[in-house]
Design a protein around this ligand. Sequence first.
Ligand code: GRG
Length: 293
Amino acid sequence: MDFKKELKKKAAVVEKALDRFLPSQEAYPPLIHQAMRYSVLGGGKRLRPALVMASAEVVGGKADDVLPAACALELIHAYSLVHDDLPVMDNDDYRRGKLTSHKVYGEAMALLAGDALLTLAFKLLSECRCSRPEYVVRMINEVAADAGTMGLIGGQVVDTFSAGEDTNASALEYIHRHKTGAIYRAAVRTGAILAGAGEDELASLTEYAEYMGLAFQIKDDILDIEGDQKILGKPVGSDIRNKKATYPALFGLEKSKEKAVSAVDSAKEALRSFGKEADFLRALVEYVIQRDF
Ligand code: GRG
């Protein structure tokens, strides 16, 4: 399996579907629809939708059947980036190599566009076709929890309000597992639940996602120090500027790299009960710490 080729293929399918699911830029009131499309289309690695699709495939489902859910997870991710970039949060001017939403559309419109992306995500989730409607209800319930104060928002709250303070390892792990890990967890479980995964399969995939999310965020912290801003598409040093709790700040760069490798090993170990069908997921977690953007 050629991982990069497969990721590109999945990303292209997602791009087309997102274009279809997002309101057209002429739809009234046009400015918000333009802002939504600006922040979603034409950029991003599309890792979360790829995970939704791959997790469905691992347990015998079809990627096409979970495409609306895959797009919904990308919309939640996009909303979190739009809000995270706002002056009241990280105050970033660039994202994915272009100006952030509030720089183009203003803060009020960026805030509303983020809200609209989150709301559209749940509309798409509710429209998922599945032979068992109870799977759809369970999946929506889980995504809502993972996007809420017990997941993404909880992580963002602790991250934001612990900035500038001494952070210990357990608080840092809480931030990473929630701010970033919860949406990866939701992505993997969404694909698997809709495809009818058994509880053992779900447990293994969940463990995979949790370690994968941890590896991803440690690497993100490292890239904020060592990355090339031209390749990253955003300035480096934002964590230091905002006095954020990060793995390199707490453990140093070398130890952080070791911790990222260890999280990758644990993620792959969580897939031990699967065969070749999980090779994409294995390759994805390797990619997560080798990436340079
Ligand atoms: C409600 C005002 C308000 C804010 C909430 C929830 C939230 C804001 C922010 C979430 C925190 C966040 C943005 C975490 C970052 C996770 C992360 C490292 C994102 C980058 O992911 P990639 O590299 O990005 O997959 P691409 O561009 O490839 O999609």
